[in-house]
Design a binder for this molecule. Structure first.
Ligand SMILES: [Zn+2]
Length: 134
């Protein structure tokens, strides 16, 4: 889990831009509740990037593709998330695809990352498999 001073209050706006509160969106997922859909898992991983929660990022990564460690860029700030497309990834699917664009800033620089990510469900738990940047 990220250090306490970076974790948002449950009543505050969720960093993933769902429009919901942190306590009703990514908060419980980051705390260990299974994400019901691939999109919810993707959103929680975006929020984990915002909060620099590398433990959760590795935890939600499929064992077949998970890196040994994750080096997060401490001065890169993730500012906004837009979901572009989603395929399957529902509570009864085994696989899902979510395409998103995530906007960042680093000092005076601004940019965005667009990725089409694949997810797999194992039991009740969705995990990130891999992604195609483009
Ligand atoms: Zn969220």
């Amino acid at each position: 889990m990220a250090s306490d001073d970076t974790v948002p209050d449950n009543a505050s706006r969720c960093p993933c831009d769902s429009g919901d509160t942190f306590g009703a969106c990514c908060g419980p997922v980051l705390a260990g509740a299974p994400a019901p859909t691939a999109e919810r898992l993707m959103r929680s991983r975006y929020t984990a990037f915002v909060l620099q929660d590398d433990v959760y990022l590795l935890d939600s990564w499929h064992a077949s593709t998970r890196p040994d460690e994750l080096e997060l860029d401490r001065d890169l700030e993730w500012r906004r998330l837009v979901i572009v497309d989603r395929v399957a990834g529902g509570p009864f699917d085994r696989e899902g695809v979510v395409e998103f664009e995530a906007f960042w800033s680093q000092g005076a620089q601004r940019g965005s990352l667009r990725e089409r990510s694949r997810f797999a469900r194992d039991g009740r738990r969705w995990q990130y498999v891999d992604g195609r940047v483009g």
